[in-house]
Design a protein around this ligand. Structure first.
Ligand SMILES: *[C@@H]1O[C@H](CO)[C@@H](O)[C@H](O)[C@H]1NC(C)=O
Ligand SMILES: *[C@@H]1O[C@H](CO)[C@@H](O)[C@H](O)[C@H]1NC(C)=O
Ligand SMILES: *[C@@H]1O[C@H](CO)[C@@H](O)[C@H](O)[C@H]1NC(C)=O
Ligand SMILES: *[C@@H]1O[C@H](CO)[C@@H](O)[C@H](O)[C@H]1NC(C)=O
Ligand SMILES: *[C@@H]1O[C@H](CO)[C@@H](O)[C@H](O)[C@H]1NC(C)=O
Length: 261
């Protein structure tokens, strides 16, 4: 009896371990820019009848993102329809395959053998697995409205999806349609001081330190085709890229001048 209990406890532990990303559970993002507002509009296409939008807006306190999903023209058969934030934007040719995999900065993975996302433990799901965390689309028209604590509109962290896309697919995972997110309002950076750390139970790391420093592991940067850049956190990254850009421009200008001369 005792060994049975032990074995089942071990099994439970190993299953639980599998469902968590290699980089840990997803962090709750509490400092989304206030007023940030993005929308993805599914394109009018001859290849499918799906139309509609997915709107995403930072919650007023910066904690989590509010989603408004509204689509019509879903197929009569082949559902329920999963939908996910994907790592890459839709290319100009509209080919949804090229959005690559789900947004998954904690590297949970989504192989057929992996356990399905458990709604009761959203922190263990892929950040981009909106249907896993909040329910798949059903019927030919579908609306949903919910908050997600893990997907983020804060630029510079891996969970940021404002520069990425959303894909709807059949239950057999064939992709039906996809759309880029586009920015309507950038929002203002949340004040890092005074908002308090989320300190949730269950082993989350807090997202922002008391003085606004990003934690080493809480919010990894995420570049799907694996181009590790050393992952510096937000404030220095912003300044760094500005410097890099102007430097690059200067060099370009110098090159042009040299060429003209
Ligand atoms: C998935 O299902 C849809 C609708 O039933 C079908 O058109 C498509 O060919 C299927 N894809 C695969 C890979 O079987
Ligand atoms: C999606 O956004 C990317 C990056 O801004 C852009 O290159 C691409 O053309 C956009 N795709 C569509 C279908 O508009
Ligand atoms: C879409 O992209 C994939 C991967 O690059 C490619 O295999 C497929 O043929 C493309 N589909 C179309 C319709 O161009
Ligand atoms: C999107 O933004 C994130 C965070 O700023 C960045 O790490 C990632 O490389 C960007 N992805 C694309 C496709 O531009
Ligand atoms: C932030 O606070 C921590 C602990 O108080 C300190 O170790 C760290 O150096 C501070 N970072 C900055 C950028 O001020």
């Amino acid at each position: 009896m005792r060994s049975y209990a032990l074995i089942s406890a071990l099994l439970t532990t190993s299953v639980a371990a599998q469902t968590t990303g290699k980089l840990g559970d997803a962090a709750i993002i509490s400092d989304n820019p206030v007023g940030a507002h993005y929308v993805a509009t599914f394109p009018i296409s001859e290849k499918n009848t799906v139309r509609g939008t997915v709107k995403a807006e930072s919650n007023p306190d910066g904690k989590g993102v509010h989603f408004e999903v509204s689509v019509s023209g879903l197929p009569e058969a082949g559902g329920p329809w999963g939908y996910h934030l994907h790592a890459m934007p839709v290319p100009e040719d509209g080919n949804c395959t090229k959005t690559l995999a789900h947004l998954d900065p904690y590297e949970r993975g989504n192989t057929p053998a992996a356990p399905k996302c458990d709604k009761e433990k959203p922190e263990t799901c892929e950040v981009g697995d909106l249907s896993g965390k909040h329910g798949a689309m059903s019927g030919t028209s579908f609306t949903a409205s919910y908050d997600d604590q893990y997907a983020s509109l804060k630029e510079g962290i891996g969970a940021f999806f404002g520069n990425r896309s959303i894909v709807i697919h059949y239950s057999n995972s064939t992709r039906i349609t996809c759309a880029n997110f586009t920015m309507l309002t950038a929002g203002t950076p949340a004040s890092p001081v005074g908002t308090g750390s989320p300190s949730p139970s269950g082993g989350f790391s807090s997202v922002v330190g008391p003085n606004g420093t990003a934690p080493p592991t809480g919010a990894p940067t995420y570049n799907p085709p694996a181009t590790p850049t050393g992952s510096e956190p937000s404030p220095s990254q912003g300044a760094g890229s500005v410097i890099k850009t102007s430097f690059g421009f200067g060099a370009l200008l110098a090159g042009v001048v040299a060429f003209v001369l």
